[in-house]
Design a protein around this ligand. Structure first.
Ligand code: GAP
Length: 435
């Protein structure tokens, strides 16, 4: 019997969510592509995250900074000297491992391990035609450095007063020694990070506030509460005063999906030193200047998406909460060879598509089409049949209860809006406005 992970990976491939990258060339190690349904889901997650940030009452603004920045950024941030993993190699089978992941001997063949070697996980690239040290640059190892380097500009151009935050979604790259668990750990991934600039005296208050808000975000997304927990950091990075992870209960164990950290004034101080620019904040009330502390919420978009897939997996189907379902409704003509039925079905599709993400499907038996929509978690399926031609009604099937009811075509939009209202509108309200 397939285990949960195999079912998830197969379903994700079969139904256009996620597949290995470059598959026609035999695949490329630990790289993945999102198909139509995967990218709809990912875009929805990103939209909800960003709205949760910029429509909160915390004064948070979005940016979109470059992936390739001045190499000095990564010297200042400490990544060039400190962004290292320790690698050990088995002397027998020559497999390589992260030192943290193994004990005394090789987990594959029990062979003796080599002494650890330090390995910088920043991804290198070269700018221009000559590959030498002068043209060396890096693909960003975390999105937040683009936020720190833009702090001064955003503060003045947007006339921001502390406390305020800057949010960004974008790709980050790490030359991970041991990528794995599908999209859980990859070398190219997307982060959704928010850096909140605060008076150092208020850092603890905002740390606690953001910690609670971030957990509430996952609950509002529809995650099962028992699959989420906080884990306080025992070992803090040198720049970090407090740290806490939000963990998800994956089949391979409780693992971090998001980190919340008090990064102190470390980053702004470093960038100020290296750039020789004043990155302090002048408080007009107290007439004092200080370097703000940063409370960061750092979430892995691909990792959260993987947690969403696991949380939604119900037998061999994805049972998404309405808010996340890639398609909200499917329009299905009962048969495809009756012109009048197909025409009416296309009219229904047109009537709904401006308000809902709609799938139109006319291939295969109606039973198979229902099953396909059940697999991808579409909450409603509308069928246009012979009766529809007589009295302008359709059947609407609720995915959860499998019950069908017959309603007038001109009442469909209201029906769908009202049915989702109790859960959906409330959640949207929570996600976008209230919190
Ligand atoms: N700016 C802080 C920072 O980057 P991190 O704990 O290294 O902190 C934050 O990363 C989040 O990014 C993690 O919680 C995880 O969700 C995601 N992440 C980190 N490395 C990843 C990888 N190799 N593959 C997928 N997601 C990753």
């Amino acid at each position: 019997m397939e285990n949960k992970t195999e079912i998830l990976i197969n379903l994700a491939k079969k139904r256009g969510f996620i597949n290995q990258s470059s598959e026609i060339y035999g695949g490329f190690s630990s790289s993945y592509d999102y198909g139509p349904l995967g990218s709809l889901l990912k875009n929805k997650l990103k939209e909800l995250w960003l709205n949760n940030m910029i429509k909160s009452d915390l004064d948070i603004v979005p940016i979109d900074s470059a992936i390739i920045m001045s190499p000095k950024v990564w010297e200042a941030s400490g990544h060039v000297s400190n962004f290292v993993d320790s690698l050990v190699e088995c002397k027998e089978c020559h497999k390589r491992f992260k030192q943290d992941d193994v004990k005394d001997s090789c987990p594959v063949c029990d062979g003796e391990l080599s002494a650890p070697k330090k390995f910088n996980i920043l991804m290198k690239t070269y700018i221009g035609p000559v590959e030498d040290s002068a043209s060396l640059a890096y693909l960003r190892g975390e999105t937040c450095q683009g936020i720190f380097t833009n702090f001064k500009w955003i503060k003045s151009s947007m006339r921001k007063k502390i406390p305020f935050g800057i949010a960004q979604i974008g790709k980050a790259f790490r030359n991970e020694i041991t990528p794995g668990n599908f999209t859980f750990r990859t070398r190219e991934f997307e982060q959704m990070e928010m850096q909140y600039f605060v008076n150092p005296d208020k850092a603890d208050i905002y740390f606690d506030l953001l910690k609670q808000k971030r957990m509430q975000f996952y609950i509002d997304l529809g995650f099962k509460k028992e699959n989420l927990r906080f884990k306080d950091h025992d070992h803090l990075a040198h720049y970090c005063k407090r740290g806490c992870d939000i963990e998800y209960n994956f089949p391979f164990g409780w693992q971090e999906i998001e980190g919340i950290h008090n990064r102190t004034d470390f980053d702004l101080t470093q960038h100020s030193l290296y750039s020789k620019k004043d990155l302090q904040y002048f408080d007009e009330d107290s007439k004092e200047s200080y370097t703000p502390y940063v409370i960061e919420t750092s979430c892995g978009c691909d990792r959260v998406l993987l947690a969403i897939l696991y949380d939604a997996l119900d037998g061999e189907n994805f049972s998404f909460p309405y808010i996340l379902a890639p398609y909200k409704v499917a329009v299905l003509p009962l048969v495809k060879n009756k012109e009048k039925i197909v025409k009416k079905a296309k009219q229904v599709y047109t009537q709904l598509k401006d308000n809902f993400m709609v799938d139109y499907d006319q291939t295969g038996s109606i039973g198979k089409r229902y099953a396909r929509q059940d697999e991808i978690g579409t909450p409603y399926a509308i069928t246009i049949d012979f009766m529809s031609l007589k009295n302008n009604t359709v059947t609407i099937r609720d995915r959860k209860t499998k019950k069908q009811s017959r309603i007038k075509i001109n009442q469909l939009n209201d029906y769908l809006l009202n049915n989702k209202k109790s859960s959906f509108i409330q959640k949207i309200y929570n996600l976008l406005c209230k919190k």
